[in-house]
Design a protein around this ligand. Structure first.
Ligand code: SAH
Length: 346
């Protein structure tokens, strides 16, 4: 029997402690874990929920990621690119809706050279008071330096899974070491660093998830984004999902619960980290996913501010939450959800 009370008063968590916490299933034990994570969140990062508006500016992608609907082999989606002016205008709309940060995210689209990226950063910084997070995928070291010099504040590049073998399977054209290189470079040049993972990937084990939490610590991430893996029929991994299901064979975890456990344990291990209540979680549980995440360790929400005409086309997974909502409605809806649980959107 695991003694939860003893585990939860620890200040340092070993891999074994993490594994024990992730194994909890008893409802009263889980409640203790969630209450503790909520307290650690309040004591370390406060009651403010940081709102970061995402602009998905291009769904062109040169990569073959086997889980993602934007992968280069998917000929069944219509591709779009926003112009520099459109991106800056969208950032301005986000600014007017009260956002202090915009997250510029895209497929790995080489159309946007570093010169174009720099000009987007400079224009946004010149025209409004706004933090800029970029999530463009892998780039050479020099480009991270240029982005930082141009005024970017943060970079988001998830390690997706710490299991090298699984990583290779998910990314046949990529290397785990390259991913880590990008994460380390972003941190080294002074960008705040966001990593993250998907939870429930076919083949994933509890040990993988414990290692993911330890890797967040090792990389000294400023943010860790965690959401459920949502199968996309237009991808390679869908076949594995049909055969294996969520997680490795014979592991019968409840997917949504595992996401909350991961959020809570990550909060205990990395007390000051920013943890978003992800859109993927809101997709799995539209009624309560975000609120539950925010009560179990999370302190960030990233609403979509992309124009409706593009939103449907950025289909990394099907039935994405808020796909039909206008940016202003999204903001209102999420503000109300945050206030309803006694927290303050900013
Ligand atoms: N090209 C950028 C952005 C990728 S999309 C990059 O490489 O960083 C942003 C995130 O969506 C990915 O990092 C991945 O974690 C998530 N994602 C993609 N497909 C998904 C799926 N089927 N289910 C859940 N999350 C997914």
């Amino acid at each position: 029997m695991v003694n939860v009370d003893k585990l939860l008063i620890k200040e340092q968590f070993s891999k074994n402690d993490i594994l024990e916490l992730l194994t909890l299933t008893d409802i009263s034990d889980l409640q203790k874990l969630y209450d503790k994570a909520d307290k650690v969140r309040r004591d370390n990062v406060g009651d403010i929920v940081h709102m970061r508006g995402i602009i998905e500016f291009s769904n062109y992608c040169g990569r073959w990621c086997s889980y993602c609907g934007l992968n280069a082999n998917n000929v069944n989606i219509e591709r779009y690119r926003m112009s520099v002016d459109e991106i800056v205008e969208t950032a301005y709309k986000a600014h007017n809706l009260g956002y202090k940060t915009v997250v510029l995210q895209s497929g790995e689209d080489s159309y946007y050279t570093i010169d174009i990226i720099e000009s987007i950063i400079r224009k946004i910084k010149d025209q409004m008071d706004m933090f800029i997070t970029l999530g463009l995928g892998e780039r050479p070291d020099e480009e991270f330096e240029c982005m930082k010099k141009a005024g970017a504040d943060r970079y988001l590049i998830k390690h997706e899974t710490s299991d090298r073998e699984l990583y290779k399977k998910l990314h046949p054209d990529m290397s785990f070491d390259e991913r880590i290189r990008c994460l380390k470079t972003a941190k080294r040049v002074g960008l705040e660093l966001g990593s993250g993972i998907m939870i429930g990937l076919p083949g994933q084990t509890l040990e993988t998830l414990a290692n993911d939490i330890l890797l967040f610590k090792e990389l000294q991430v400023d943010m860790a984004g965690m959401g459920p893996y949502i199968p996309h029929p237009g991808t390679e991994l869908y076949k594995d999902f049909k055969e294996i299901g969520y997680f490795a064979k014979d592991l019968d975890f409840d997917l949504e619960e595992m996401v909350y456990k991961m959020l809570a344990v990550t909060r205990l291990v990395n007390k000051k980290v920013n943890l978003p209540a992800t859109t993927a979680l809101a997709t799995t549980n539209p009624a309560k996913g975000r609120e539950l995440a925010l009560s179990r360790g999370a302190n960030v929400v990233m609403p979509n501010v992309t124009d409706l005409k593009y939103r449907k086309m950025y289909e990394i997974y099907p039935a994405k939450a808020c796909i039909d909502e206008k940016p202003e409605d999204c903001r209102k809806c999420i503000d109300a959800r945050i206030t309803s649980i006694g927290r303050t959107p900013l």
